[in-house]
Design a protein around this ligand. Structure first.
Ligand code: ATP
Length: 428
């Protein structure tokens, strides 16, 4: 028996399909033929800042334990499934399939995978890697999908991982509003959160397990173990037929996209963790986005809380110059704008004192005295009392924000971003 790893990517378009579905159908067909999948199939999210992604930049991979002579049948089934289901008529859909035979995933392939999650690679780099490690690539049209397909095989989910249970719709329902019982989702969340997460957006009450795209997914439940997401799925009442289901092991909710950098090292297309001090106060720009600047010993960078992050912006507005922060977020490639971190999470490490100058009180009536002009002292207009210029006091006001971490709401969260509840438990 040998281990055969299969990777698939770039099968969908904005009009429909989803690579997780193509993977699920290929797996179902292989199982029906008697093949066994080793462990859970993987759903790997790639660089969230990559401009050529269709939606969530995901690729899938799975592993089979097969006899050598069975390999051609497996390959044929996978390739036929991709050719049949991929949105090949859409220009931007350029599927790629990769087969890799071996009991170990080479370090080079793991490194490549990390680069695809954290940075940008070219099709040529993917082809070179495949040649060096002996992976078999299949390109449909431009075949850009070989990048994600190699990355999905190469990501062995060693540090941290989560699971997602996905239920798919029958073809006649795709593109129509999704029908699931809202109360059952709320009940499921009550019973399984935080072992499952991002089922609902607490700020809006919005159900987050159903996507808003015309893809075949009815709903997806994310959680810590395969067991809990399966259990949670049994609590959700679907009011339309389910074609099939699958559980993927995934890098969603792990922060795998983030790298710690100094400000002058930050680059477009990266997602970064940066520590610094607020150097320009938060300001609201047209569209309701809130921007402030952060400085470290190497430079200054803008940080943005965009409109869809809603109440997260209200906390950001409470920051003042001098606050020390650790921020996480992605940097889009926008040559026309200064480098900007699109905030996902913020940790307040130190709060700067918020100072206010207070005029002296009138010794007769107790009211605050008015300034007579710069360095001219103070007077009470009612009692005609006077006080010298140095009688004003500087007081420290209580800050309306505390030390600790806060994050964007589920509706604005990147698939890869680790929800705070995964870091801190329920007490946040
Ligand atoms: P779906 O979520 O349904 O899979 P998607 O949002 O993943 O859609 P794709 O249609 O797969 O988007 O398109 C992304 C394309 O970009 C794929 O061909 C993938 O191989 C490639 N790609 C992904 N990440 C990178 C990266 N970091 N550098 C270069 N190419 C990438």
């Amino acid at each position: 028996m040998v281990l055969l790893h299969v990777g698939i990517d770039d099968t969908d378009s904005k009009e429909g399909m989803c690579t997780t579905y193509v993977g699920a159908v290929a797996i179902r067909r292989l199982k029906e033929m008697g093949f066994k999948i080793k462990g859970y199939p993987k759903l790997i999210r790639l660089n969230p800042n990559w401009k050529m992604k269709t939606r969530g930049n995901c690729a899938v991979a799975f592993t089979l334990s097969v006899k050598k002579e069975q390999i051609p049948r497996v390959k044929e089934t996978v390739l036929k499934t991709v050719a049949e289901l991929a949105e090949l008529h859409v220009d931007t859909t350029n599927p790629g399939v990769v087969f890799y035979q071996g009991s170990q995933i080479p370090v080079e392939m793991k490194d490549f995978s990390k680069k695809v999650v954290q940075d940008i690679v070219t099709i040529e780099e993917a082809e070179d890697l495949a040649r060096r490690i002996g992976a078999e690539i299949h390109k449909f049209k431009l075949g850009r999908g070989i990048i994600g397909a190699l990355a999905a095989i190469g990501n062995t989910l060693e540090g941290d991982w989560t699971y997602e249970f996905i239920a798919y719709r029958t073809p006649e329902n795709r593109g129509t509003p999704r029908r699931i019982d809202r109360a059952s989702v709320e009940e499921m969340d009550k019973k399984t959160y935080p072992r499952t997460f991002d089922n609902l957006d607490p700020s809006t009450g919005e159900i987050r397990i159903t996507p808003h795209t015309p893809c075949p997914v009815l709903y997806g439940i994310r959680g810590e173990t395969a067991r809990v997401v399966k259990m949670a799925s049994r609590m959700v009442r679907a009011m339309e037929p389910i074609e099939q289901t699958i559980v993927y092991k995934t890098n969603q909710g792990t922060d795998e996209h983030l790298r710690k950098v100094k400000i002058d090292e930050a680059k477009p297309n990266w997602s970064v963790i940066v520590e610094g001090v607020v150097s320009k106060p938060p300001r609201t720009i047209p569209g309701g986005h809130v921007i402030f600047s952060l400085r470290d010993e190497t430079g200054e960078i803008d940080c943005a809380a965009y409109e869809p992050t809603r109440q997260f912006r209200e906390k950001i507005k409470k920051l003042i110059v001098g606050d020390r922060l650790r921020v996480c977020g992605g940097i889009k490639e926008k040559p026309e704008l200064p480098l900007t971190i699109n905030l996902e999470k913020v940790e307040v490490l130190e709060l700067a004192p918020l100072l206010k100058r207070e005029n002296p009180r009138c010794p007769s009536c107790g009211r605050r005295m008015k300034s007579e002009g710069k360095n001219k002292g103070y007077s009470c207009k009612v009692c005609k009392e006077r006080a010298p210029a140095d009688s004003a006091r500087v007081v420290t006001l209580v800050r309306d924000i505390s030390l600790g971490k806060f994050e964007v709401p589920p509706r604005a969260r990147r698939h890869l971003a680790k929800p705070l509840v995964r870091e801190l438990g329920e007490d946040i």
